[in-house]
Design a protein around this ligand. Structure first.
Ligand code: CA
Length: 417
């Protein structure tokens, strides 16, 4: 395990900062209503790399940091990814000769507004956590049929919508949808009454492909990772999901954290997937450690009250890596694009306190949880704020993801009335 790198930005040298010099996550910020600029988090600051490129301090061969999104850097390829990271480390290192110049480009994080760090080309969501799939399957189909027969052979997924992916801090509106009536009653159109979260990680595809790619190549194509909350309307989903899978139940919003944590920063935290229960076909076989040891947690905070931790788990609980999901995604010849976002699927651990969705935590609403405020919850209530946290932790530093946060607003009046 590597140790913490020392920076001339003093707040980056704390054991508890999310953003030590080892991390250098990529985001997009503005000051007041100013233009969107590419920035990199370091300690309590964001460094304005768009300005440093304009004045020649960062030179990537051609301008890549001026568009207010990170897609051009991704598209430039892995040599440029490495070149930029090495340049940033040298500029921010404790012994940097450029210290005074770089300090002028630092903006306190408390003074910036964060935006979508990249343009999402397309969004695909998977279902690759075995504990989650087993729990949900047990609730929907009984314990004998919990895991579908294909589950141990392929990472199941569906094509979602890029248009509904939003950055942390965006408020979420409770949706209306078609819900099954009780017993044989006719379905009705009503506000969702079982609005839920899903704790996931999103992998960002940084290189395009045209045709099937191997698991090893898929891993090389991934640029970085974000926290991802796949907001889910369980009552809409339960009525609509057979036989083609989720649709409107997943279409309201998907929140992501504002900082892209690069694959390079996570490298010391790679770990193997769990033991295979059945042998995978050759094109999906593990090609090295491709999961990461990332601690994850979620808090739920009612309006005017303190937050309660409702779950704690780890990304290493996944059965399939994002690289395996990406390889599977291309196996039919499906082209991938720069900026494609792949959700892992809900990350649940073995026990009740490690489950990544309220559907599982409250067992379909039958076992509501009690918050620190004394209130109970089966699903998300109006004005609740849900926050995802994630960090890969070494002895003296952490690779933090920042927050992925959203507040649920009440449903509006019937949009069709
Ligand atoms: Ca999901």
């Amino acid at each position: 395990m590597t140790s913490r790198l020392s920076s001339h930005v003093v707040s980056a040298n704390s054991d508890s900062t999310d953003f030590p010099l080892n991390n250098l996550p990529y985001g997009v910020f503005s000051i007041d209503s100013g233009e969107r600029r590419c920035g990199v988090a370091i300690g309590d600051y964001v460094i304005d790399v768009a300005t440093l490129e304009r004045d020649g301090t960062i030179d990537l061969g051609k301008p890549l940091l001026q568009s207010g999104v990170w897609n051009p850097v991704m598209e430039a390829g892995s040599d440029v990814w490495e070149q930029l990271r090495l340049r940033l480390i040298s500029l921010l290192d404790a012994n940097s000769p450029d210290q005074n110049h770089v300090t002028n480009a630092l903006v306190p994080l408390t003074e910036v507004r964060l935006h979508m760090p990249f343009t999402v080309a397309e969004f695909t969501d998977f279902y690759a956590g075995k504990h989650h799939a087993t729990n949900v399957g047990t609730m929907f189909r009984g314990p004998e049929n919990a895991l579908p027969p294909n589950w141990l052979h392929i990472p199941i997924g569906y094509n979602g919508r890029a248009s509904s992916v939003v950055v942390s801090g965006t408020q979420i509106r409770r949706p209306w949808g078609q819900l099954k009536g009780p017993d044989d009653a006719a379905p009705r159109f009503a506000p969702c009454a079982r609005f839920d979260i899903e704790l996931e990680i999103g992998a960002i595809v940084g290189q395009s492909s045209d045709g099937p790619v191997s698991v090893k190549t898929a891993d090389e194509m991934i640029f970085g990772y974000v926290l991802l909350n796949d907001w889910s309307a369980r009552d809409i989903q339960a009525w609509e999901y057979q036989p083609l899978g989720p649709f409107q139940g997943k279409a309201t919003a998907t929140s992501i954290s504002p900082w892209i944590v690069t694959k390079a920063a996570l490298e010391p935290f790679r770990c193997d997937a769990p033991a295979r229960e059945v042998e995978l076909l050759p094109h999906l076989k593990d090609a090295g450690p491709m999961l990461y040891d990332i601690d994850l947690s979620v808090t739920l905070q009612p309006k005017g009250k303190g937050p309660t931790v409702i779950t704690q788990t780890n990304y290493n609980e996944m059965y399939y890596s994002s690289a395996q999901q990406l390889a599977h995604h291309t196996s039919s010849g499906c082209p991938m694009r720069v900026g494609d976002l792949l959700g892992t699927g809900t990350i649940s651990g073995a026990n009740k306190e490690n489950r990544g969705a309220l559907l599982e935590i409250s067992w379909g609403g039958k076992e509501p949880i009690t918050l620190d405020s004394g209130e109970t919850r089966s699903f998300v209530e109006d004005h609740d704020t849900v926050t995802l946290f994630g960090a890969a932790c070494a002895n003296d530093y952490r690779i933090g993801f920042g927050r992925c946060e959203g507040t649920l607003l009440p449903a509006k009046d019937n949009p069709f009335a």
